[in-house]
Design a protein around this ligand. Structure first.
Ligand code: ADP
Length: 430
């Protein structure tokens, strides 16, 4: 009920194993736990402390044993639900935890037994994949593990801007507002919001990322034992399905968690039957997952790019730098004209090489408002096998003075002069 003295203050009492589902309106919302214990997607909220949640955020405050929550602000919607799949999710966590302990206790250097669980979360769009990923990582981190988070969803981008695939060690339960930490992330830039744009490139980058992580695990038994949690995209038909199989295979996943789709579950169970070391597990989708229409997803991609440069609540100011065309080199991967099949010599499928790296003229008008990745490559032919240090956003191209102006999250010269363009653009006026 309402609290006297403040029009927008509201207390909600939650019974054990229930949750308060909230969609924040266009105004931020403050919230705190006044009694009991509660968590947001696996991350416990400290008692009494107010947290501010940004506009449009959708989340649930869940309690295992009961709690009283206080909200200050007007929400889009808020309601309590006592039917949640949380018990089945925490049971999965318990099994993963046992496997991690088993891996850690393995005295041998045997790569099999010292390897903790490699979990991949799959399911259609809006089935709660990212959310389950967050919970599993936060619960593991709370118990002292440092699992590796892998994000293969180029459409949304949990760690950094969309169009990327990335991995990061998770050292503490995730912050319920900030989400995944970016500082230690290993990022590869694909450049498009859908794997459809260049399937071969997507696969190549997934492979690169997997190989680098594999190498890191060799020298780090602790993170090896903690294992990984891999989030995937919601495209599960046709090529999307092939890409899921490719990811399962490339990362040597040992646990496949299928959310919210019977058909996908039985397909995967069938094709992975021959692999005795892979468990395919079906889980219920939470009724709290909020479906996002295409437009909303597009908007949220835009916000994600804005967040990279300006911070979650515009608390950062990016640096504007100007460089001469001659100081930078911009490249594009793949593309090129696709000849119709009938025009090709028998046996060949396409003339364009999806992994070809081609230089882009900086005076190309297309570069204006585009997001470019700053590659760690030293030579253009290393671009596909190199991760990126970050991103810049092109705000001005001056053809007369041959200068390009861009925003960067930090001042000074870029760590490399090789930049990678994709098809991601961003209009700042959101
Ligand atoms: P997917 O990764 O499968 O596309 P998400 O995990 O991103 O789906 O969930 C979609 C949206 O629903 C997100 O904004 C998420 O925060 C929200 N959400 C998920 N579970 C709940 C819940 N139990 N209550 C309220 N919102 C939720």
């Amino acid at each position: 009920g309402a609290v006297p003295g403040s029009a927008n203050l509201k207390q909600v009492k939650l019974e054990r194993e229930s949750e308060l589902r909230i969609e924040v309106s266009e105004e931020p919302l403050r919230l705190r736990v006044v009694n009991g214990t509660a968590e947001i997607f696996g991350s416990e909220l400290p008692p009494e402390i107010w947290r501010t949640f940004p506009p449009r955020m959708k989340f649930a405050v869940f309690t295992w044993y009961g709690a009283t929550i206080e909200m200050d602000g007007v929400t889009e919607t808020d309601y309590t639900a006592d039917e949640t799949p949380m018990v089945s999710y925490i049971n999965v966590h318990a099994i993963l935890d046992a496997r991690r302990r088993f891996a850690k206790a393995s005295t041998s250097n045997d790569p099999e037994s010292s390897q903790g669980p490699r979990v991949i979360v799959v399911g259609p769009t809006d089935s709660g994949k990212s959310t389950l990923t967050k919970m599993l990582l936060s619960w593991a981190a709370k118990q002292g593990w440092r699992p590796t988070f892998v994000d293969l969803d180029v459409g949304q981008g949990s760690i950094t801007i969309p169009g990327s695939i990335a991995a990061a060690p998770i050292e503490m339960p995730l912050d319920p507002v900030e989400g995944f930490p970016l500082d230690m992330a290993l990022v590869y830039y694909y450049g498009h919001a859908s794997p459809n744009m260049n399937v071969e490139l997507y696969k190549a980058l997934v492979k690169e990322l997997a190989q680098v992580l594999e190498k890191q695990f060799v020298g780090n038994p602790e993170s090896r034992a903690a294992g990984m949690v891999i989030n995937t995209m919601g495209w599960i038909e046709g090529i999307g399905y092939e890409l899921l199989l490719h990811a399962i295979d490339t990362f040597n996943a040992s646990v496949v968690l299928v959310l919210g789709q019977e058909k996908l579950f039985s397909r995967l169970k069938d094709v992975l039957r021959s692999k005795s070391n892979v468990d395919v597990v079906k889980l219920h989708k939470s009724g709290g997952v909020v479906a996002r229409v295409k437009e909303v997803r597009k908007r949220s991609r835009n916000f994600k790019i804005q967040e990279y440069f300006y911070g979650l609540s515009k608390e950062l100011s990016p640096y504007a730098n100007t460089s001469s065309f001659s100081d930078l080199q911009v490249f594009r991967i793949g593309g090129g004209p696709q000849a119709p099949k009938s025009a090709l010599p028998a046996g060949s499928t396409s003339v364009s090489n999806p992994l070809r790296v081609t230089p882009v003229n900086i005076d190309d008008r297309d570069l204006l408002h585009s997001v470019l990745a700053v590659s760690y490559a030293e030579e253009p032919d290393q671009i596909i096998s190199s991760n990126v240090s970050g991103f810049v956003y092109v705000t001005e191209v001056n053809v007369v003075k041959k200068k390009i102006t861009y925003l960067a999250p930090s001042p000074g010269t870029l760590p490399s002069k090789l930049l990678v363009a994709g098809s991601l653009a961003w209009l700042e006026s959101v």
